[in-house]
Design a binder for this molecule. Structure first.
Ligand SMILES: Nc1ncnc2c1ncn2[C@@H]1O[C@H](COP(=O)(O)OP(=O)(O)OP(=O)(O)O)[C@@H](O)[C@H]1O
Ligand SMILES: [Mg+2]
Length: 291
């Protein structure tokens, strides 16, 4: 089998196809791979024709890419579509792999069930949008009332949300990057220094609630965190793309729970280099003459 690096050295042209042409992460990845391979690597608009020979297309978050799948690497468009809608993603996982419930928060789409969860003393994350990112449309609710509301849902009733997950009381949260069934990188979410208090949330750990993703030694990452990400990754089949899982970890009992799969994760700095190298060293799924 040939690695991406060998294929590019042999003259195959790589085109990165992001979900939107302006994707900053795709541009950083292009710049890094260009610098590493000393070849012209371009970003390609997903709407442009993708049937030229001698190209390898790297999908970066497109759910509707109509290309010859033999020549496309990256997360499969069907998987991108699945992961992009949180409710369907959770339902798919438990239907196809019933044991995945061990690695997911309990969830329901029924407000009555969510009310029962709160009455039983649980805290619930209500999602008014199941296709958003950055915590948009999220509320956190307990028997004490609404503990957190994203700006866009300030005064809405949490009962109108489309998805409710049981809040997992995490002591840490990680982002675990998986490629071809292996963990290639883990980042730990850390409170941003001087995060403005009005935007900070300890419940919803995303950039705009005062969190950033920082380096962590491999041996500092709890084994259950990696295991949870890999277990969920296996449920969706072998992927030739980088998938970043958000995983909560609870020190008290060592439990880890996967909140989300990101198929076009935001990457900067050292992460770009590690992801770029992993993609270049990835074995391509087909023999070179197929591309
Ligand atoms: N059931 C839950 N229990 C505990 N925390 C949760 C739960 N669901 C979501 N969160 C918190 O909210 C954050 C955002 O949730 P999630 O990753 O599902 O949504 P998102 O809006 O797509 O965010 P992004 O794509 O920016 O990571 C998680 O990283 C986690 O900190
Ligand atoms: Mg997330």
């Amino acid at each position: 089998m040939t690695t991406m690096r060998e294929a590019i050295a042999a003259g195959k042209k790589l085109r990165i196809v992001p979900y939107k042409v302006g994707s900053g992460s795709a541009a950083l990845l292009r710049d890094y791979i260009r610098q590493e391979t000393r070849k012209n690597i371009y970003i390609l608009d997903k709407h442009k024709a993708l049937h030229e020979p001698g190209r390898i297309f790297l999908n970066w978050g497109c759910s509707n890419l109509s290309v010859n799948s033999y020549r496309t690497v990256g997360a499969a468009p069907a998987l991108v579509a699945l992961a992009a809608e949180k409710s369907g993603w959770f339902r798919y996982l438990v239907r196809e792999s019933p044991r995945s419930v061990e690695h997911l928060p309990a969830f329901t789409t029924l407000a009555a069930d969510a009310v029962a969860m709160v009455a039983a003393g649980k805290t619930v994350v209500a999602r008014h949008s199941t296709t958003s990112h950055s915590g948009i449309g999220a509320q956190v609710v307990s028997g004490d009332g609404v503990l957190y509301s994203a700006d866009d849902v300030k005064d809405q009733s949490w009962l109108k949300a489309k998805l409710f997950t049981e809040y997992f009381h995490k002591s840490q949260e990680y982002r675990v990057f998986v490629l071809q069934g292996r963990v290639i990188l883990t980042r730990r979410k850390r409170k941003t220094n001087g995060a403005e208090e009005q935007t900070y949330s300890k419940y919803i750990r995303v950039h705009n609630t005062g969190w950033n993703y920082c380096a962590v030694q491999d041996d500092e990452v709890p084994a259950t965190v990696r295991a949870a990400a890999l277990a969920i990754d296996r449920c969706t089949g072998r992927s030739n793309g980088v998938i970043a899982y958000d995983v909560g970890y609870r020190e008290r009992d060592g439990k880890a729970v996967v909140f989300e799969a990101n198929t076009a994760p935001g990457i900067v700095g050292e992460t770009v280099k590690i992801i770029g190298d992993s993609l270049l060293d990835m074995e391509l799924p087909y023999e070179l003459d197929v591309y």
